[in-house]
Every structure is written in C-alpha cells, then in structure tokens.
Design a protein around this ligand. Structure first.
Ligand SMILES: [Zn+2]
Ligand SMILES: [Zn+2]
Length: 386
C-alpha cells in the first residue's frame, strides 16, 4: 500500500512541480497505456465475462491485436522514458511492471497463440533474467549474508536494476558487436588444425578450456581498464557501487561491456569449440558473475585457491589501501598468482567498497557520460593506485 500511496502522490504532483521533461507526463501516459493494455488482455483472456458478442467481430478482425501491441509498446517506451527523466520512480516502475505483465499475458494467451517475440525487444529476456537470478540469490543473501544488515532494496538498487534492464534489452545489439571481432578473425585466419584438435576434446574439458581462455583474456583486459586513466574512467562506474550484492555486478558502462565481451569472446568463437560447450559456458558465467558480487558469506576453505568466490571478488571492489589493483580474475585466481596481483587474507573481508574519493556521479545517464567528461581539478587522483 506504501507503493500505492507513493504512486498517487506522484500522480498528483502540482503543475508547477512537473515541467516538461520531469518524467511526469511520460509516466502518467505510460500508466494509462499499461492499464489500457491490461484491460484489452483481460478482455481477450476472458471473452465470455467481459465482451459483448455484438462487438466480437472487432476482436476477430485483427485490429485489436495491432492496437494492443501499440499500446503495450507505448507503455513500455514511456515508462522507460519516465524512469530516465524522473527522480521519483514509482510511476515509471509501476507502469513498466504492468506493461510487462500484460505483455507476458498477451504472449501466453490461451487459444489465440503467441504474439511475435521480437516486438518485446529484450524485455522477455530481462524478466527471465531477474526472475531466475533474483529468485536464486535473494534468498541466499537473506540466509547467508556477509553484511547481515544489508537489505534487498539497498541504496541505489533502482539504478542497478536499470543497468540490468538496459543490458538485457541490448542483448541483440550487444551480440552483434560482440561477434564482430571473432567474425573478422574467422574470415582471416586459417585455424582448421587447432579447431579439429579442440572439437575432439571431451565436452567438460572444452568447457574448462573455454573458461581458462576467456578468463586469461578477461584478466588482461580488466587490468588494462585499471591501468590506463582513460579506460579507468569507464571501469570506475563498475567500482562505484558501495553495497555489494547479486545486482551490483550489472553496473557497467556500455562501452566496457562491448569491449570486454567482444575481446573475451575471441578465443571462444575462433578456436572451434562445440557450440554446446559454449552454451554451457555462457550458462555458468551467467550465474557465476552474479554470484561473485553477491552478499553471500559462505566460507569456501581450500576451494578459494582454485575458484573465484564472493570474498575474492569483494576484495577487488574494496576501497581500502590493501584492496587496490588486486584480484582481476573472474574465474580462476591462479592468474592473479601468476601475474602478481593476488590478495586474499586468511578470513577477512574488505571494510569498505567503492572508488577512492567518490568521483563517480550517481544515476545511469550521469555515469554514462562521466568517462567522456574532463576530470575536475578538485577531484582526488583518478587512478586507484595513486
Ligand atoms: Zn575492476
Ligand atoms: Zn565486479
């Protein structure tokens, strides 16, 4: 009911407090579109309860389907716009949630079959992501937390949820960017001999080899992002979170995602692995990257020497002196051993998280342009090691 009260307060914002561009109009229209869409979907789900047989021909003509798609897409786009523009998010999130539910109901409607998936962009993907990963990690974080006082809806969770939403929505575009360098190499290099050897390996060996190869590339790309000032300004966004949980890992600048994914994908897509092994790897990484950011206080004992754990990656996010420029690996700590950046005290966790000097602004769009802006003369040193 708290949400309902917030929603009503936001809807009733006095005119002078809601100039154009404040997200109020887009949010209100989004809510209107979402409710309209929901009603149409309900009409189609329960035709005998809600519709009059006299107007059934309208339903059958296909006009309603087109209108429904238009309404749902408007609800979706307008709620995103409102979330971007408005400081208060109740309206945007409610409209988005309603649009999502209505879209899901529309695609799973009995009898009339499914609407084309492509119309909903990556939205379906986002929902599945959040539901699956959230339902796995939220209970684990509640039962086995390292920071016991941290709540699910911690500070800036909406910002990180928005990061999650954006990267899920861009999954198709990102897929294209990600594959570009690999496609280039595939067209240029003659790797048939290597590929024949690799595809002959047992399935699980292939999965391990993919993990080793991608993490090796990831280690050096990640280290480069920490080493060069211009790159660090992109990567600082990922480090700006002060509360670690399963959602925190989603905070990453778009450019960094594109660079990191396309370079780490290079060995995966050029060395001729079995597509099933690649699928298995992607599934593992999908959970693993949320896991290492999660607020889970499990003790892993000797396993910590071989695999990256939450404690290991939390040290990477630490803002204290001992936690600067260490633990770059995301699967195998051995790379940090080999290249001299390993740091894992017996039992301790880092005290604080974040970027030294708090130079990164809050909010998705401010963070989006942050790497392209000049450092302020008053800012403390940008580089983590300084
Ligand atoms: Zn880092
Ligand atoms: Zn991280």
């Amino acid at each position: 009911m708290n949400l309902l009260r917030k929603l009503i307060t936001q809807l009733e914002t006095p005119r002078e407090q809601r100039p154009l561009g404040s997200g109020w109009l887009s949010g209100s229209l989004a809510l209107l579109a979402a409710i309209t869409g929901m009603l149409i979907v309900l009409l189609r789900w329960f035709p005998e309860t809600f519709s009059y047989p006299e107007i059934a021909f309208i339903q059958e003509s296909g006009v309603v389907t087109i209108f429904l798609r238009f309404v749902l897409l408007s609800g979706y786009a307008l709620s995103l716009l409102s979330l971007i523009l408005s400081a208060r998010k109740s309206l945007g999130w409610t409209a988005l949630a309603l649009s999502v539910i209505a879209s899901l109901m529309a695609t799973t409607q009995p009898e009339l079959g499914t609407a084309p998936q492509s119309l909903y962009f990556g939205l379906d993907y986002f929902i599945i992501n959040v539901l699956v990963v959230g339902f796995l990690f939220v209970p684990l974080e509640r039962f086995f937390p390292h920071h016991g006082d941290q709540t699910v809806f911690r500070e800036e969770w909406q910002e990180d949820m928005f990061y999650y939403l954006v990267s899920s929505m861009l999954v198709q575009i990102l897929g294209f960017i990600t594959l570009a360098p690999s496609n280039y190499i595939n067209a240029q290099a003659d790797l048939d001999g290597v590929r024949a050897t690799i595809v002959a390996l047992p399935f699980w060996v292939q999965v391990i080899v993919i993990m080793m190869a991608t993490d090796f590339v990831q280690y050096w790309v990640h280290r480069a992002f920490h080493t060069f000032p211009a790159l660090w300004r992109f990567h600082a966004i990922h480090h700006s979170t002060k509360k670690m949980d399963w959602l925190a890992g989603a905070r990453m600048h778009f450019i960094e995602i594109a660079v990191l994914r396309s370079l780490t994908a290079l060995p995966m897509f050029t060395l001729g692995f079995d597509p099933a092994a690649i699928q298995a790897y992607l599934l593992i990484v999908y959970f693993y990257s949320s896991f290492i950011h999660a607020n889970i206080g499990w003790k892993f004992g000797f396993i910590e020497r071989f695999f990256v754990t939450p404690r290991f990656h939390h040290w990477h996010h630490g803002s204290d002196r001992a936690a600067i420029d260490i633990n770059y690996a995301s699967h195998f700590p051995i790379y940090d051993w080999l290249f001299g950046t390993h740091h894992l005290p017996e039992k301790d966790w880092p005290e604080n998280y974040g970027v030294v000097g708090n130079t990164v602004p809050k909010g998705y769009w401010k963070q989006f342009i942050y790497p392209f802006t000049k450092p302020k003369p008053t800012d403390p040193p940008q580089m983590p090691g300084e």
